[in-house]
Design a protein. Structure first.
Length: 325
């Protein structure tokens, strides 16, 4: 098997609290192979975005990495200088954020922002960079690109601002693209268009894509593999086909069971609503123990390690492994 382009190993991260530091990410491990589309799925607040920010080292100052490594193309990103990591952002690793307008510079016109990416990462002159910026805006489906290039971010719709970000990504041609819920706040029709555009760009450039989402329908259409995350821990990693046909972790089973279906009724009997107190980062072991119907004493003490339950299918659950003594 080829060496993964991105390999996150046992990544742990904490923030300060009144009672001491609180570990939010707990030994997160994730692999993304070259030219692959991997989905990172979980509820809001599960740590998906925080994981992506740790990968590209855009964390707030209060965050502290307590352990683990992040390998990208044979380099440990956590050990590199800030200058070297800054040079890799955009050129080798790019990220599309949830709020497109907030990700654009409000004081710069859209065309100038795309042109700046071309000048910085491809060394083009001012006029040539702007000419290619117009072409890129046309390429991502922005009509009347010359006029839109003169607009400021607040003058663009959410879908159009997201297309500008995709154009900037195309200008840089990164090897790894991280898309963090890129259609948040957009209507359903525009969401479909943006996902289709991202897929076209990924196919055209050969980039590897890490797609962060809570939409299992999008995962089934776009991804080859998927990692399920809950409260800062990875619960299960599998191919999309294996995950949907034979989920193994109790959380994955409940997550798939919560999806509304048009072909059959959904049985909600016995389900319980989640309250904030049930999602805890204090548990020393598996953080799903507070909700798990199969919980056992070991679950409260030590998080289970990943256990292979099938080809390219692993699950972090003591139902499939013996608790450590």
């Amino acid at each position: 098997m080829d060496q993964p382009l991105l390999q996150v190993k046992e990544l742990s991260l904490s923030f300060p609290r009144q009672t001491g530091r609180q570990r939010i990410l707990d030994r997160v491990s994730l692999e993304v192979r070259a030219h692959e589309v991997v989905g990172l799925v979980g509820e809001s607040g599960s740590g998906k975005t925080l994981t992506s920010l740790a990968i590209i080292r855009l964390l707030p100052r209060s965050a502290q990495i307590d352990g683990g490594t992040v390998w990208f193309d044979g380099q440990d990103l956590l050990s590199l200088s800030e200058g070297r990591v800054r040079g890799m952002r955009g050129a080798q690793i790019a990220m599309i954020f949830q709020s497109p307008r907030a990700s654009l510079n409000p004081l710069m016109r859209a065309g100038d922002q795309v042109a700046r990416a071309l000048k910085q990462h491809r060394g083009l002159g001012r006029k040539e960079a702007y000419r290619q910026a117009i072409e890129l805006l046309q390429h991502v489906g922005i009509s009347d690109a010359e006029a839109r290039a003169r607009a400021y971010p607040h003058q663009l719709s959410g879908g159009m601002a997201q297309r500008v970000l995709v154009a900037m990504m195309l200008a840089c041609r990164p090897r790894l693209l991280i898309a963090d819920e890129p259609t948040t706040g957009l209507d359903v029709t525009i969401q479909a268009q943006i996902f289709e555009l991202i897929k076209e760009v990924q196919t055209e450039t050969g980039a590897t894509l890490l797609l962060i989402t809570h939409d299992l329908g999008v995962v089934s259409e776009m991804c080859q593999r998927v990692a399920i995350m809950y409260a800062g821990q990875i619960m299960e990693v599998a191919s999309v086909q294996a995950l949907f046909s034979e989920p193994r972790h109790p959380y994955t089973e409940m997550l798939l069971g919560s999806v509304m279906r048009v072909d059959r009724p959904v049985d909600l009997e016995g389900t319980q609503p989640l309250t904030p107190s049930q999602t805890t980062y204090q548990t020393a072991g598996c953080r799903f123990a507070t909700r798990c119907p199969y919980v056992m004493p070991a679950c409260w003490i030590t998080p289970p390690s990943a256990t292979q339950v099938g080809p390219d299918h692993s699950v972090n659950c003591y139902r499939y492994s013996e608790p450590a003594a």
